[in-house]
Design a protein around this ligand. Sequence first.
Ligand code: SF4
Ligand code: SF4
Length: 437
Amino acid sequence: MAGDSAAEQEIREARDALGLFRTQRPRLAPKRQGRERRDEYLDRLSQLTLTLDERCNLRCAYCPHTLAASWTRPHGDRQMSSDTVRAAVGLFLDRAGGEMPSISLYGGEPLLAPGLIRLVAQMVRDSRRPRVRIVLDTNGTLLDDTMVELVAELGLHLQVSLDGPEAIHDRWRPTAGGRPTHAAVLAGMRRLLDRDPAVAGRLRFQATLAPGSDMMEADSFFGELGRELGIPDLPVGASYADLEGADDAVLPSTPLGTPPAEDGWARARAAYVEACATGRHADLGPLVRSWFDGPLIRFYHRDTRPLGEFFRPGGACAPGLRRLHVGSDGTLQPCERVGTAFGLGDVRRGFDFDAIDRLERDWFDALGGRCADCWALRHCGLCFSAMIDRKTGRVGAVPQVACESVREGFEEMLRLWVELLARGPHALDHLKDSSVS
Ligand code: SF4
Ligand code: SF4
């Protein structure tokens, strides 16, 4: 059309040739029902999490079990029976698929059940599926000579919870008797690396940032730890503590509501931008790098195909299809993050497809048809846990605030993306070799 600006022409071409800039909203459709997808449930399970033992020797202040959060169990004393372990691992081995299927040993503290760990490893070995990875999700305080031997002998991978320097970690992660634990975790790590240096390639840390934690301080700590342990690229994941619904009285001295400006995030973000813009991304500390890289990497590898007429909201998670949690009593649940709110069957009787279909339907209803109007719908990773009221544990509508927080997070990622682009053509180069796991 005469008089069109170059930008308008470009938009029209993109719409006609690539199907971008739709003028109509997509029609929302629920996911296909679990019953219709029965066949897919036969070979796609890529992650099984087993609550081997509900007991824990620690009482981390932000732990949902310590807080006795209404949506999950309190610290318990139940251990999974050997029969339940056999049924759960058997179910997994029958249905495992994907590049590197893994079994995550979880608790409480799984090292309180070494016999069950051996049983899992034995079953995997007997199945002759060498690509199945067994990951011990541990608080790292029980790695004495015997446990170190167990980890080394079975070639276990480790995810160790460590929140940063002593002052931060010990404020939030004491033993059940109130004693500090930082020194025990580090001693266990050194013992393990002495006995089995190859564990360096199977080790990952997970830090929880609670009020009063400083991201930059935690980052420096992990950088230093990597140098000391001889693991220059120490893998560290991090997340904020979920204290929604927690009572101030049960938390350590740093009060809830510590302003985010004081948690080091802004300084960490500035350091990240500067390093990317000046070609020094590899020099960043492990925590800051993984924190800011994660959302950028997901966006870099986003699906850019045009949106179709229909859209099925709710991300890629189909309950129990790729990821499954088995409670200590053998109940099947979507994952450990949704507590005890949703049951999908039982290890002995298998999947309950009526329950799976009900959950999918409830989820679709809980979104209230609002996704078609949401600009973030293609990037929304909201999961079933958004239906759980953190105070009462009841399941119902997804609150608007959950959607706002998804959009805020996504907006923040876009701001960072644009800021990096503005700093130069190579500021996003580090994403080129990345992949989404
Ligand atoms: S070690 Fe894990 S299960 Fe135990 S209290 Fe801490 S967060 Fe909870
Ligand atoms: S943020 Fe809310 S409205 Fe937007 S796509 Fe996600 S669930 Fe739907």
